[in-house]
Design a protein around this ligand. Structure first.
Ligand code: AMP
Ligand code: MG
Length: 513
């Protein structure tokens, strides 16, 4: 392995999106129209790494719709050449080197000043059919200077897991990184077992994390912090460039996006599982699917992740943790918010205070819609909380309790549905019916917001077992078909709506790294 740090001079921070062209060759990336704006940033932002070619690159799954959206004509590309590129072996840009991004971050509350892409790399950016710039990133592409003793590789199981769940989140209209392809390496990786190795080609609005800002702040490198600020604003929040304090405006904008994102997670029963600051984007996309899970039985305190022993990242803790992470972003931005640091702290503190208000507004709106309300107000909060409390009391299936409301709204019997046997149900049902009198088109609203098909943990486990065990990806394909239209009931997909049987329940999820 050859590890190299770029020593090119820093580009002017005033033109942060200027593509770096010095070392592009006419390889596949160039033919696909890849750009390299991140590589135009100063050397401290990344390391360039000569890839270690893998034994037998092979495309296992290709997300054709996503490729089309990105404007990538992958069908025209030779499969072997594509497999070499998407395992990292065949990169030609940067003189045949992968770009591993530098970042830091708080992991379970402890600051680690040197994380970075330890098993991932950026191979380029594309301007998609929506006119926006997206990163094409490989996860599992081999060791980098940031590997900290790890092998830089990924096992097929976790790669399939991220592919399925990120695509499920996208179908639920939740901002997320997406999955373009799974490529096998033909090499085993050693975890608790010997497992088949694979690489995920991940697509993201960018891979800039709260931890990327922390990286430069922790080094007292205000010059590069400013470069990162300018680049982030140019890429994600261009209208903020001309505001009085772009750093404060960025903080405010990220708070708004994250508050909305977490409210959306809560509304589908999603638990991220590892909300470290390096796993939180400034774009507002969900990133880094590890031990994440969707709730089956509702439990506000639910934890699936095997490494989260204190319940730091439990379902109900997510809003508080998001705010904690954003406070770390605020700290990192302080030198750029105001030259007078006391004033910077006052401004940042006030801005952070806005998180709860914005989160609560989104939570009320989304959870209200899940009960059929066009516009939930503060007066509706108790009705929502009481429904959630019923689910908690009955350990009832989160997805199916909400899905059952559409039937009830259409005149279904009050004593039907997953909550009907619970004490307090009748009373709640009466209050709900009374509240609905002020509403129209309730059933269609309920069907639009309450999914039928989610990436249930036992279904994901089943798909992974088939792929990992027998190389059978048809189970994954069928699951993807169900969850790609989560709100549309279709014949033959009933089993995807069922909660797990007791013996199927997944109790723990694993990072798998
Ligand atoms: P994650 O838990 O995926 O957010 O990763 C945390 C950090 O550990 C990141 O810096 C990763 O790049 C690094 N990492 C995770 N797995 C590996 C691995 N197998 N080899 C090298 N680095 C890894
Ligand atoms: Mg991570």
């Amino acid at each position: 392995m050859e590890l190299e740090n770029s020593n090119r001079p820093a580009k002017s921070p005033s033109i942060p999106l200027t593509p770096h062209t010095a070392s592009q060759s006419a390889g596949l990336e160039a033919r696909l129209g890849f750009e390299h704006s991140y590589a135009g940033l100063p050397p401290a932002f990344y390391a360039l790494v000569r890839p270690v070619p893998v034994k037998q690159p092979q495309i296992l799954r290709l997300n054709r719709k996503l490729a089309e959206f990105l404007g990538l004509d992958l069908e025209a590309v030779d499969r072997e050449e594509l497999a070499r590129l998407l395992t990292g072996s065949g990169v030609t840009a940067h003189d045949g080197r992968l770009l591993a991004m530098a970042y830091s971050g708080h992991q379970f509350g402890q600051f680690n000043p040197g994380l970075g892409d330890g098993r991932a790399a950026l191979i380029g950016e594309v301007i998609a059919t929506d006119g926006k710039r997206y990163d094409i990133h490989l996860k599992g592409s081999g060791p980098t200077p940031y590997s900290r003793g790890g092998d830089g590789r990924a096992a097929l199981g976790p790669v399939m897991r991220e592919y399925i769940i990120s695509e499920a989140m996208h179908a639920l209209a939740i901002p997320t990184t997406r999955s373009l392809a799974i490529a096998a390496t033909g090499q085993p990786v050693l975890r608790e077992d010997i497992l088949p190795g694979a690489v995920l080609a991940r697509v993201a609005a960018s891979h800039i994390r709260v931890g990327t800002f922390q990286h430069f702040a922790a080094r007292g490198d205000t010059a590069n912090l400013k470069v990162l600020l300018d680049y982030t604003i140019a890429r994600h929040y261009p209208t903020l460039a001309d505001t009085g304090s772009p750093a404060l405006a960025l903080l405010e904008a990220v708070i708004a996006r994250q508050a909305e994102l977490i409210a959306r997670w809560m509304s589908v029963g999603f638990i991220h599982g590892v909300m470290n600051t390096d796993n939180m984007t400034v774009s507002g996309e969900t990133i880094d699917y590890g031990p994440c899970a969707f709730l089956d039985a509702y439990d506000h305190y639910k934890v699936y992740s095997s490494i989260d022993q204190q319940g730091r990242y439990a379902y109900g803790a997510q809003p508080t943790i998001a705010q904690w992470n954003l406070a770390r972003l605020a700290e990192a931005l302080l030198p750029l918010i105001d030259a007078d640091q006391d004033r910077a702290v006052a401004l940042a503190t006030e801005t952070l205070g806005g998180f709860s208000t914005i989160f609560n507004r989104h939570w009320l709106k989304r959870m209200g819609a899940k009960l059929g309300l066009a516009e939930a107000g503060e007066d509706d909060r108790q009705l929502i909380i009481d429904f959630v409390s019923l689910m908690q009391k009955g350990a009832s299936d989160f997805t199916n309790c909400f899905a059952a409301l559409a039937e009830l709204a259409e005149g279904g019997e009050a004593d039907a549905g997953p909550l009907a046997a619970l004490e307090g149900w009748r009373d709640w049902h009466t209050r709900w019916r009374n509240r609905l009198e002020a509403e129209t088109a309730v059933a269609s609203r309920l069907r639009r917001v309450n999914p039928l098909y989610i990436a249930r943990n036992h279904l994901v486990a089943e798909a992974i077992a088939a792929g990992e065990g027998e190389g059978d990806f048809s189970v994954m394909d069928r699951l993807l078909e169900a969850i790609s239209q989560p709100f549309t009931r279709r014949e033959g997909l009933e089993r995807f709506t069922l909660p797990p049987k007791p013996e199927e329940v997944v109790h723990k999820t694993f990072c798998g790294t």
